[in-house]
Design a protein around this ligand. Structure first.
Ligand code: AMP
Length: 217
């Protein structure tokens, strides 16, 4: 089994979290979801959580220096030695530069930057029906992937909830943030020969096959 070192980006609702989890299971690499780390910190009201809470509620990006420190610390943990899937980081050009420097120092360069794409219509349908597990962060959808027992996570039995930033009125703001601050990563990674654009429309299995093909070629 090869060691995987990839980043996942794309608009909110493109399927990064779901696909990152599948890659984690397949390759034994560690999924680092920065959104999930921040939401947990906010729930626990840790120092990081207090710093991040307002940004999360507005759908804005948490400042780069906070994110870079968080990811640098996470990547130093032993479980990331067997590979990592960064889900939701980098989200700005500054973060991408910092990541490159971080990895340069370890000799473990990125293998690819996976960009999942989906149209705004698809994104709005996915996000407004999405339900997230409070305990393990697993994703369900009221229509496309309903839990066996309403309101209960299939994976761990935790409580499912609707993220504040998945409410319809917040989605347009998050899409704007993506276009302005994160979409420029396409050119950044394309110049480095790392960009793999993947069509994120279809069932989880269909998209999963495209993702696998992208990481294996
Ligand atoms: P996600 O779960 O990836 O949709 O992220 C949810 C929220 O967490 C985002 O809207 C941001 O407020 C924050 N966040 C997650 N990752 C980052 C990042 N790399 N840079 C800045 N903010 C982030």
């Amino acid at each position: 089994m090869s060691v995987l070192r990839v980043v996942f980006f794309g608009p909110p609702g493109a399927g990064k979290g779901t696909q990152a989890r599948l890659l984690e299971q397949k390759f034994g690499a560690c999924q680092v979801s920065t959104g999930e780390i921040l939401r947990r910190a906010a729930r626990e009201q840790s120092a990081l959580g207090k710093q991040a809470a307002d940004y999360l509620d507005r759908g804005d990006l948490v400042p780069d220096q906070v994110m870079v420190r968080l990811v640098a610390e996470r990547l130093r943990e032993p479980d990331c030695r067997s590979g990592f899937i960064l889900d939701g980081f980098p989200r700005t050009l500054t973060q991408a530069d910092e990541l490159e420097q971080m990895l340069d120092g370890t000799g473990l360069a990125l293998e690819s930057a996976l960009c999942l794409q989906a149209s705004n219509d698809v994104i709005i349908k996915r996000l407004s029906g999405r339900r997230t597990c409070k305990q393990c962060g697993s994703l369900h959808h009221l229509v496309f992937n309903p839990p066996a027992r309403p309101g209960i996570c299939d994976r761990c039995g935790g409580e499912l909830y609707q993220r504040e930033d998945d409410r319809e009125e917040m989605i347009a703001a998050r899409l704007r943030v993506y276009e302005n601050q994160t979409a420029p990563l396409k050119e950044y990674y394309s110049k480095r020969g790392l960009l793999k654009e993947i069509d994120g429309v279809g069932s989880v299995e269909e998209v999963g096959k495209r993702v696998l093909k992208a990481v294996e070629t």
